[in-house]
Structures are given as C-alpha cells and as structure tokens.
Design a protein around this ligand. Structure first.
Ligand SMILES: NC(=O)c1ccc[n+]([C@@H]2O[C@H](COP(=O)([O-])OP(=O)(O)OC[C@H]3O[C@@H](n4cnc5c(N)ncnc54)[C@H](OP(=O)(O)O)[C@@H]3O)[C@@H](O)[C@H]2O)c1
Length: 233
C-alpha cells in the first residue's frame, strides 16, 4: 500500500553503519526497506515502518527481488543508501583475481546495479537521493594493506560522481560520504585505537539523514569525515 512517508532503501543494515542509518531514518519518520543477507534475524523485522528483505551483493537476482518487494510494500522510493561493503586487507601486490572480483562485486558492481534499478523510481520522487558510503580510502591510499580496498572505494567514489552527472537535470542528487575509521566491526578490527575514539556509526547516520533531506539546490558532492584531524587526503 503506498504510504506518505519518504522511503529509503539501505543495503547492509544488519549491523554497524547501516543499522544506525536505519534507526536514525525511522526516528525521523522515514520508512525503510533494508537489504540484508539474513532478513529473518533482523531486529527491524517487527518495526511497523521497516521492511526487511533478502539482499546479497553477490546475487544480482536478490537486488531485483528486494526492489520489487519494496515497491509492493511502499509504492515509492525516495532514497537509496549504498552502505553494504567489505574489506580484504591485502596490498595491491598480494591481491589475486579472486580477491579483486569479490571486493569489486560487493563494493562497486552491486551498488552500480542497485543505482540503475532504483533510478527510474528516484526520478519519479520529488527529491530522489542516492548516498554512497565510500571511505577516505576512496580518496587516498594510506597504507599498503589498504591498497585493494582503496581501489574499490576509489571506484565507489567515481560511481557516486557519475550518478551526480546523470541526475543534473532531473533533480536526483548523489552524495558520497568518505569516513575514516568508524566504530563498527570493520573499523574496530582495523583501527589501532579505542572504539570510543573513533567516529561513531550514529554520527554517520546523522550525516546521511541530513543529505537525504537537503533540497536539490543544496547538493553536496562529497563529505570526508575523520575521527580526529587529517590535513589532506
Ligand atoms: N567502519 C569503518 O571504519 C568504515 C570506514 C569507511 C567506510 N566504511 C564503509 O561503511 C560501510 C559499512 O561498513 P561498517 O563499518 O558498518 O561494516 P560492518 O560492520 O562490517 O558491516 C558491513 C555490512 O555490509 C554487509 N555486507 C557485507 N557483504 C555483503 C554482501 N555480499 N551482501 C550484502 N551485504 C553485505 C554486512 O552484512 P552481514 O551482517 O550479513 O555480514 C553488514 O551489514 C561499508 O561500505 C564500509 O566499507 C566503513
């Protein structure tokens, strides 16, 4: 049944940044459709304004099904948050073809397909928005071990800019958020710091909410976010 709330699809909202974005948007009156590898285990399953759907970035059919289920339940899509992502900690000398294919499938190819699938519906919305959770590793390569991941996140940043260009005339706006370490399973495993020192997932969620609600005449291309201070990236 079509509803009056704005509707966002969020990939990878089982935990970490994606789950925080889902919580924030629900609290702000949005309806959310969550793409999850294990929808049955989601605490959002029973929320009145949340839909939990199976989505695996390695299964393109699951993207179509997720979109169909979202349209069936809500009848519209106003925002797409490309959040699901993975890290393989290998240098560009260590990475093999299988590593490259896996990380590009999850961090780049699936986000591109989801953008293509949802685009006609975002065009129909009054204020269609796409938010890509890329990384500061999409802006600079800070260590050898982040080399492969950085390649995929540079590509994710380019995807977000490509989408911006596509939306120039029709009002769909794309914003790329580039965090440094965030206190999630991924960030805590990588950062050599206390979790409390890192950017919190809720902080990223607040930023996502802001850019989703900005008018098309206040369009932000990229937002770099650091837990401390990084002079250049
Ligand atoms: N944490 C950081 O320091 C940091 C910094 C910069 C950018 N980022 C980016 O922020 C995004 C969210 O990361 P996070 O920190 O919240 O990490 P996380 O806690 O590891 O969560 C990753 C999310 O992506 C999902 N995911 C992974 N592979 C998937 C696949 N094949 N299909 C569908 N979903 C998949 C996971 O689902 P499951 O629960 O099913 O595994 C989970 O929901 C990622 O794109 C990441 O690269 C993170």
């Amino acid at each position: 049944m079509p509803i009056s709330s704005r509707v966002a699809m969020i990939s990878g909202a089982s935990r970490g940044i994606g789950a925080s974005i889902a919580e924030k948007l629900l609290a702000e009156g949005w309806a959310v459709s969550l793409g999850l590898r294990n929808p049955d285990g989601s605490p959002f399953k029973t929320h009145a304004n949340a839909l939990t759907c199976r989505f695996d970035a390695l299964d393109s059919e699951s993207e179509r099904t997720w979109l169909d289920e979202t349209l069936h339940r809500f009848g519209r899509i106003d925002g797409l948050v490309l959040n699901a992502g993975m890290m393989i900690q290998k240098t560009v000398l260590e990475a093999n073809d299988a590593d490259f294919d896996l990380i590009f499938n999850v961090n780049v190819k699936s986000p591109m397909r989801l953008s293509q699938l949802t685009w006609p519906h975002l065009e129909k919305a009054d204020a269609g928005r796409i938010v890509t959770i890329a990384s500061l590793s999409g802006k600079r390569v800070k260590s050898a071990g982040s080399g492969l991941y950085a390649m995929s996140k540079f590509a994710a940043v380019a995807l977000g800019h490509g989408l911006r260009q596509c939306g120039k005339e029709n009002g769909v706006r794309s914003t790329i958020i580039c965090p440094s370490y965030v206190a999630t399973d991924m960030g805590n495993a990588l950062a050599n710091r206390e979790s409390t020192e890192l950017t919190q997932p809720d902080d990223i969620a607040r930023i996502v909410h802001m850019v989703l609600e900005l008018p098309k005449t206040a369009s932000i291309a990229e937002i770099p976010v650091h837990f401390s201070v990084e002079d250049a990236y």
